[in-house]
Design a protein around this ligand. Sequence first.
Ligand SMILES: Cc1cc2nc3c(=O)[nH]c(=O)nc-3n(C[C@H](O)[C@H](O)[C@H](O)COP(=O)(O)OP(=O)(O)OC[C@H]3O[C@@H](n4cnc5c(N)ncnc54)[C@H](O)[C@@H]3O)c2cc1C
Length: 492
Amino acid sequence: MSPKIDPNALPSQPRRAASIETWDDEFEVVVVGFGVAGGAAAIEAARAGAKTLILEQATRGGGATALSEGTIYFGGGTRVQNATGFEDSYENMLAHVRAAAGPTADPEKVRLYCEQSLEHFAFFESIGVEFKDTFFADKVIFPPTDDCLIYSGNEEAWPFSQEAKPVPRGHKPKKQGSAGAYIIEQMIDAATKLGVLIRNETRVRTLVRDDTGRVVGVVTKHEGRESAIRATRGVILTTGGFIMNRAMVEHFAPDLAKCRYPIGSDGCDGSGIRMGMGVGGAAVNMHEGLMTTAFFPPVTHIKGLLVSAQGQRFINEDCYHGRVTDAIAQKADGRAYLIVDDTLYGQSIVPYALAGVEETIEDLEKSLGIPEGQLVHTVASYNRAAERGEDPVFHKAGKYVTPLVHPPFAALDLSVDKSVWATFTLGGLDTQATGEVLTVDGQVVPGLYAAGRASAGLTRSGRYYASGMSIGGGSFFGRQAGKAAAKAAKVD
Ligand SMILES: Cc1cc2nc3c(=O)[nH]c(=O)nc-3n(C[C@H](O)[C@H](O)[C@H](O)COP(=O)(O)OP(=O)(O)OC[C@H]3O[C@@H](n4cnc5c(N)ncnc54)[C@H](O)[C@@H]3O)c2cc1C
């Protein structure tokens, strides 16, 4: 007998339209959840002339977006790229994103996202989000200043550096430090000016479906009272991911369940995904997520050597931190040490356990319990090539290659059970580029759209992720969903 599934991981059943005696309200487009995807969907639906409502369970919009750094992935020659001397093009961006988003990405979504990237940048400017014409050169998770452009993914890292000319595409709005909350405030302002009705503290409990199978509304709860709201053109689910729903994470994404720091808002409880599944929507890619242990800054740590419990390297350390962390999980069984010498060791932004500090690599190998000779061999062979500024095995970029020769030597424990692994989900409802939700056999669920982390987005695994892809992809495909729903045929 298969184990019983926790009910909190199961699809939520819809309400039958025939059971609704009276509708409390009627809108053309109803958007569920005010993060970046919901804000973008509502703005476009309203711009297309639809009477639009956005429902948010929290006291104010924001979700995971408001907690984020706010980096957005744009390219193809944005004003900021041009002003800071980086030459990019649609073709160059497409070549990179195709390779970097990996084989599980939807090729049509990748193409559209790259083709319309400049227009998407203009959308953010049109709602008042400002970007400074500056480049922050250090490899960072996000600029701590109000600077804009960074290398936010794998552009400079092998093998991606071979597929397209490396240029930075992470754009952080002009705010000191994190900018996610600023993006949301601009969206609330823009949506309000366009006449979108925003109802906070209103949780959507179920979808409403008519006898033809079309989604025609939602049932909400506000101050203990249920209301039925009719959506004559479409319902858009932009409720975020499911990292805060332990039952769903354990059921669908056991690797993510091992990470000790789920990141997101309380709203990332998968309610939208479960509602979509309840009306036949396919949930795809549910085992995937971004896992990250941010071992840099300091940038000198990238010059260190990441080794498994057997003392062997398994990836170039200059990849995006999510790709490195995914490699620790998949290739090193979740256990890894970053080996640094005295000149490379620095204060990390997150605290790491020191697994050992010794005067020689031999002693460090012993104190880590690594099989005899393995770490000694790894460091010696790395050092030999590093003398020439080369890394022939994993192709780390020359600027990060230096021999490890200055004692003492230290091992930072980056293992999943010993260090800070932050994570959020990347699985969700299967959608077309229009945001229309698909069933397992590829049919559209009439009247239902999804975008952002409630859907399986632009990039679908931590191995193939870059900072800026969630806010970028969520807002871009949220906009497509808003436009499509606004012009969908109206139900009587
Ligand atoms: C610390 C941190 C930093 C990050 N940094 C970046 C970054 O720099 N760049 C990047 O691209 N990505 C980043 N991410 C990821 C990114 O922020 C999220 O994936 C993205 O913002 C999700 O947007 P969303 O609109 O899909 O969902 P959210 O922003 O989570 O919004 C969903 C909203 O729906 C509401 N909701 C949920 N269920 C219901 C319901 N049943 N009824 C009504 N309302 C509901 C929630 O309360 C929430 O407000 C970061 C994430 C975190 C946590």
